[in-house]
Design a protein around this ligand. Structure first.
Ligand code: DOR
Ligand code: ZN
Length: 345
């Protein structure tokens, strides 16, 4: 039995670091485990210009603990008024790594998102030309579509036609949750990949209703049926370069989660690697972990792989019930549970 595992240092290809006091509290957890992270732009107000992204990057760097060596990779929040020139400038100047498509109203702070992909065709065509990746929150927002079907319908109505129209556009289908998304990504060309969260590998939709309503298991896209979770586990541990690590760690204050209208988001940053590794171990695929965590992401983004290593040790690791943040508490994924791996900083 493997007692320690040493791999090339991983990156997180999808994280919410927030701003202000919350950023001060949470940035350290991501920087502790990862060398780089794709930072989501859904702040209030959203990060819509290259100047805002450059300023946000400085705030992230200032929030790190002494000695932490971490590179935030910034993203542009697409709106109906996205400016292709500023996006191209930001990408070519190394400020932006990618741009994020939030369908308006799909999730937290997505009100300024895109109301119709037709409105950003100019920006998307420019992105395809310059090789700037498009990161997609793949859910339709129509109230009449069942929440558990929104990813599947998004593929049919939006993503498939978009890729047919712009076959060279580089697309990361973010935090996929269905076997439909797995199948779509596998059948698409090498310019289409996906991130998979740790929580969607661990929980199915029952987790939200175990003995009562469980707000800490609520995220978007919402966890689906068990057969979808099994398809995600198979994809993540398959060794396919199309699937890579993206935690979607999304901290909310405990009061905002445990509420009559609780926010979507699971804060997985503190034990992200241990959580993923548990899945790879359960799937008897520890040999595939380094590819998923450390190689497939940078290869897709055309960035160098990291050169240093990290080590995880097999030992009982009790996850705390809550972490201090922004004058209150944030509840981490696996709170109160024991994971059988520990990351040593
Ligand atoms: O669960 C989620 N939380 N999904 C998202 O897409 C956004 C995120 C957040 O920002 O809280
Ligand atoms: Zn997210």
């Amino acid at each position: 039995m493997t007692e320690t595992l040493t791999i090339t240092r991983p990156d997180d290809w999808h994280v919410h670091l927030r701003d202000g006091e919350m950023l001060q509290a949470v940035a350290r957890y991501t920087a502790r485990q990862f060398t780089r992270a794709i930072v989501m732009p859904n702040l209030t107000p959203p990060v819509t210009t290259s100047a805002m992204a450059a300023a946000y990057r400085e705030r992230i760097l200032a929030a790190l603990d002494e000695g932490q060596d971490f590179t935030p990779l910034m993203t542009c929040y697409l709106t109906d008024n996205a400016d292709p020139d500023d996006m191209a400038h930001g990408f070519e100047a190394g400020i932006y790594t990618a741009a994020k498509l939030y369908p308006a109203g799909a999730t937290t702070n997505s009100d300024s998102g895109v109301t119709d992909v037709a409105n950003i065709k100019g920006a998307l065509a420019r992105m395809a030309d310059i090789g700037m990746p498009l990161l997609v929150h793949g859910e339709v927002t129509d109230a009449e579509i069942d929440i558990f079907d929104r990813e599947k319908v998004f593929i049919e109505r939006i993503l498939q036609p978009l890729i047919e129209e712009l076959p060279h556009l580089r697309v990361v289908f973010e935090h996929i949750t269905t076997e439909n998304a797995v199948g779509f990504v596998k059948s698409a060309g090498p310019n289409v990949a996906a991130t998979i969260t740790a929580h969607h590998l661990h929980i199915n939709r029952n987790a939200m209703f175990e003995g009562g309503i469980r707000p800490h298991a609520y995220c978007l896209p919402i966890a689906k049926r068990e057969h979808h979770r099994q398809a995600l586990r198979k994809a993540a541990t398959s060794g396919s370069p199309k699937f890579f690590l993206g935690t979607d760690s999304a901290p909310h204050e405990v009061e905002a989660k445990e509420s009559a209208c609780g926010c979507a988001g699971i804060f997985s940053a503190p034990h992200a690697l241990e959580s993923y590794l548990k899945v790879f171990e359960e799937e008897d695929a520890i040999d595939k972990f380094e590819g998923f965590a450390s190689f497939h992401g940078p290869d897709f983004y055309r960035l160098p792989r990291n050169s240093d290593t990290i080590t995880l040790t097999r030992k009982p690791n009790q996850v705390v019930e809550g972490l201090a943040a922004a004058g209150t508490v944030v509840v981490p994924f696996h709170a109160g549970d024991t994971i059988n791996w520990e990351f040593a900083a």
